[in-house]
Write a protein that binds this ligand. Structure first.
Ligand code: ZN
Ligand code: ZN
Length: 225
């Protein structure tokens, strides 16, 4: 994908709800999922890959389920269950013991690299950075990824601080809203109306703490692991 297209997608996402990077990565995974559903079921290599892993990881299994395609499920899970039955007969559960990095996990990692890179480079553009100020903030995972990318590319402390400060300011607004929700749950203040922000803050904070892309293994260095 061209850098300019990634820039466009991120700019669009900054006008929507939630972490713009989580949305970009998830949309990309979902598109791949759709193309698998319409073309990949006839691709022997893809089917064999999915069969050998006995389906997908739990996160992508749920995403696949949301597509609601009965035929695709009959094919993919028919293959997986047939293979699993052989495991049971052979009393061999090694396929289930390995950490599951499924077909879509690999795509997620590629999309993640592409968009983190695009977000980082785009933040050098003043107009883009201003749009980020008005956007929902990056989740913690993606803030850390962008910060790591800025360091790796040696783009300078100013950019590191600018992205960090905008994000922190945004988190602070959310934190104030969460505090207000708690205060207004006290009977003395329960007559006070909730603001529009407070009505959704308790849901939005979940997407900040838990990123929505669910990478199977965080890259080395993320969150000190
Ligand atoms: Zn995110
Ligand atoms: Zn997966």
């Amino acid at each position: 994908m061209e850098q300019s297209r990634a820039y466009e997608i991120l700019t669009e996402n900054m006008q929507k709800e939630g972490c713009p990077l989580c949305r970009a990565v998830n949309d990309s995974v979902r598109q791949t999922m759709k193309s698998i559903l319409y073309e990949g079921m006839t691709d022997r290599q893809i089917r064999e890959r999915i069969r050998s892993q006995r389906g997908f990881c739990r996160h992508h299994g749920n995403m696949f389920l949301q597509e609601g395609d009965a035929l695709a499920h009959a094919i993919v899970y028919g293959d997986a269950l047939r293979a699993a039955l052989k495991d049971v007969v052979a009393d061999d559960f090694t396929a289930f013991e390995k950490p599951k990095v499924c077909y879509f996990c690999e795509h997620t990692q590629k999309a993640e690299d592409l968009y983190v890179n695009a977000m980082t480079l785009s933040c050098q553009n003043a107009e883009f950075l201003e749009a980020y100020r008005k956007s929902a903030p990056l989740c913690l995972h993606h803030l850390h990824s962008v910060h790591e990318c800025i360091k790796k590319k040696k783009l300078g402390e100013d950019l590191y601080t600018a992205v960090g400060q905008i994000t922190i300011d945004n988190y602070q607004v959310l934190l104030d809203e969460l505090d207000e929700i708690q205060r207004k749950n006290d009977y003395r203040f329960s007559h006070e109306a909730w603001t529009e922000g407070e009505k959704t803050a308790w849901k939005r904070v979940v997407g900040i703490i838990h990123d929505a892309v669910s990478l199977p293994q965080k890259k080395k260095g993320l969150f000190g692991k």
